[in-house]
Write a protein that binds this ligand. Structure first.
Ligand code: SF4
Length: 369
């Protein structure tokens, strides 16, 4: 185990020392029983924080920490990118968060389409789509509605605004993803053995810590909801190792200053009103039953897929890219033959190298050497 590095000018070693000691003690109990454990951090923000603060280096030898499918851009399927590019080429104004621009589709990216003359607007908030729709009533405007439970409510509120203002030129290309069904799919993967989940912070603020209870009870896997600070993450890892060492898998919420057991009930009601669970395609993973959200029939007028008759399914992937295995925690990014040679943040081959929350980008930035 190493020492916690200087963080933003402060040496947190003293604050982290008790947690490191407890992590070491629980890991030693597991090692005494001949046990190696594999923990997964599910959230892309956790992945970045773990890389940035070198937290992997602090873990005992018998504890492996792997990254999961918690980067929303990374899991967006090629077929969806292809559909967005097709819309942009059809004189539609496509509005999206910046990370999506350079994600490769089957043949090119939204950035390339923009360079070729398509209108693709980068937004810091969904409100930007509303502003453009108001200002340019003669143009159709499509917002790329991707992300996990965290981003759904602000995006979906565009529909209420468009209806209220009778804007007939605003719609959504919807590919929202849900975290708990993805965890179930990972547990069912015979090539992947996970011993516990470090559950996401922001997503859990919406769905609530109790959303993971079925995973704990059905599979006897410990789950801990943790915040993003280095000490939050160490606290979460300590909780997972303690439950494993004591052979008492349970659910803990170590981020109770933000996450409630029931989550954000207003946001959940909004989601329930407009959306329903649908099967969803995850990049490199495939279709996971009921792992996405689609618009309910009564809101289909705002569904860009229907309005413009485009399909978000299918699409070709670069077979050399191993994003699917990275997103499932089967391999670490350096195990991909393209890592840091052919595939870099400047010239990404796969989505995991594009996004600021992607595992490959995190390894490239913080652990390459
Ligand atoms: S290094 Fe690049 S090509 Fe390899 S898995 Fe990561 S994103 Fe895909």
């Amino acid at each position: 185990m190493g020492d916690l590095q200087y963080i933003d000018g402060f040496r947190l070693g003293a604050a982290a020392a008790p947690l490191q000691g407890q992590i070491a003690a629980h890991a030693a109990r597991l090692a005494a029983g001949g046990r190696r454990v594999r923990l997964m951090e599910v959230c892309g923000s956790h992945t970045m924080a773990i890389g940035r603060f070198g937290l992997r280096d602090l873990l005992p030898e018998n504890v492996e920490l792997v990254s999961g499918p918690g980067c929303p851009v990374c899991v967006t399927d090629n077929g969806y990118i292809d559909a967005a590019i097709e819309l942009a080429r059809r004189e539609v104004v496509v509005v999206t968060f910046g990370d999506m621009l350079r994600v490769p589709g089957s043949a090119g990216s939204l950035a390339a389409a923009r360079t070729a003359g398509a209108r693709v607007e980068v937004a810091y908030s969904p409100e930007r789509a509303l502003e453009i729709a108001r200002r340019e009533p003669e143009r159709q405007v499509v917002f790329l509605a991707i992300g996990f439970e965290t981003t759904v409510a602000p995006v979906i509120s565009l529909i209420a605004a468009a209806e209220r203002e009778e804007l007939g030129n605003l719609s959504l290309l919807v590919a929202f993803k849900l975290v708990p069904p993805a965890l179930e799919a990972l547990i069912a993967d015979p090539e992947l053995q996970i011993d516990g989940f470090l559950c996401p912070a922001h997503v859990s603020a919406i769905i609530g810590s109790e959303a993971y209870r079925p995973i704990v009870e059905r599979h006897r896997l410990p789950c801990v909801v943790a915040g993003f600070e280095p000490l939050d993450i160490l606290l979460g890892l300590r909780g997972l190792l303690e439950m494993l060492a004591e052979q008492r898998p349970g659910l803990r919420n170590d981020y109770s200053r933000v996450v409630r057991p029931e989550g954000n009930t207003r946001a959940r009601a909004l989601i329930e009103r407009y959306l329903q669970p649908v099967d969803a395609a995850w990049r490199g993973i495939g279709t996971i039953p009921a792992s996405g959200l689609g618009l309910r029939a009564e809101w289909s007028a705002f569904d860009a897929e229907r309005r413009f008759d485009v399909s978000t399914h299918g699409g070709r992937v670069d077979r050399r890219c191993r994003c699917g295995e990275v997103l499932r925690g089967r391999i670490r990014p350096p195990e991909c033959g393209l890592f840091a040679s052919v595939c870099t943040p400047e010239q990404p081959v796969g989505a995991c190298m594009v996004s600021s929350e992607g595992s490959c980008a995190a390894w490239y930035r913080y652990a390459r050497h």
